[in-house]
Design a binder for this molecule. Structure first.
Ligand code: HXC
Length: 269
């Protein structure tokens, strides 16, 4: 993939940026010259990601749980002290597991809403004062579950629907401040924790994806990173309030994949 973006002299900060899609985004910004800060709740993941990013340029890793608003605020302050005002902020921390609603405890539902939705609010609200004045891009990571009801995903569907609306509302409220707010909705992306949890493994999973995805393949973290770079760049200067799918044309037709995975996983429990 050869689209070139230039993020030199910019600060990109990625919550949840130590693994999977979010790490791919962080690495892409770093390769494009950005000073990059990643945040997640696990020290080991933070250390590994910070080392990877430092090899590409100026990387900083910080530990914070997005459910803890004060920890989010502290991470933002530390990031800005090190790398300056934030040009691009990605809020991508998420939790997920398969569970039938009738057997899901209220706490299990709440933990995903707290990470995905309330965590996104914490990140956005606390970051506002630290965003580059007049020209910043805030990107939420949503999911097809935000619009497509999927069995065993009541918590994620509810949380991600909220994330889409949060993006749209903040786009209305913060446009006058020069903050563009958008969301990316990734389809099935290979090698991610989400796919390990939500897709049957091996040839069964690959065959289902080929059936559901018109482009006939799983996405890569680079597919998502390219969109994140576009949304973070001046090329997307008039795009705000958009929820953009990057899913090979699947348009949320992923329910059979999740049902097949649940069929395997839930039978074992
Ligand atoms: C049922 C479960 C469960 C499971 C946890 N719980 N895992 N219930 N089935 N597999 C319940 C627990 O019993 C508990 O409820 C409550 O949830 C909280 O669990 P804890 O383990 O105490 O919480 P915590 O350690 O804070 O973190 C749990 C977690 C984490 C956030 C859910 O395990 C997690 O999500 N890891 C996965 C991260 C991940 O997959 N990220 C990628 C998401 S991708 P009780 O009642 O016992 O207290 C994505 C988009 C996919 O979301 C798009 C696909 C197309």
């Amino acid at each position: 993939m050869n689209v070139q973006f230039d993020f030199s002299s910019r600060h990109a900060m990625v919550f949840g940026g130590t693994t999977g899609i979010n790490l791919g985004i962080a690495q892409a910004y770093a390769r494009a010259g950005a000073r990059v800060t990643v945040v997640s709740r696990k020290q080991a993941n933070v250390d590994a990601a910070a080392a990877t990013l430092s090899a590409l340029g100026l990387g900083l890793g910080l530990v914070a749980d997005v459910r803890d608003e004060q920890a989010v605020a502290a991470a933002l302050a530390q990031a800005v002290a090190a790398h300056g005002p934030i040009d691009v902020l990605v809020s991508g921390a998420a939790g997920n597991f398969l569970a039938p609603a009738a057997q899901m405890s209220a706490n299990a539902f709440k933990v995903v809403v707290d990470i995905d939705l309330l965590g996104s609010f914490h990140v956005a609200r606390q970051a506002l004062q630290h965003l580059r004045q007049g020209a910043a891009s805030l990107i939420f990571i949503s999911a097809p579950q935000s619009t497509v009801p999927m069995a065993y995903q009541a918590h994620v569907c509810a949380a991600k629907a909220g994330v889409d609306q949060l993006a749209r509302v903040l786009a209305l409220e913060w446009g006058a401040l020069g903050v563009r707010v958008n969301a990316i909705s990734p389809g099935p992306i290979e090698g991610t924790e989400g796919m390990r949890r939500l897709a049957p493994q091996g040839e069964e999973g690959a065959a289902l994806v080929r059936q559901m995805v018109p482009l006939g393949r799983m996405g890569t973290t680079d597919d998502i990173a390219q969109l994140a770079m576009f949304l973070g760049s001046d090329a997307a200067g008039y795009i705000s309030g958009a929820v953009i799918a990057c899913d090979g044309g699947a348009q949320g037709q992923l329910s059979p994949m999740i049902l097949a995975a649940a069929d395997g996983a839930l039978k074992k429990t």
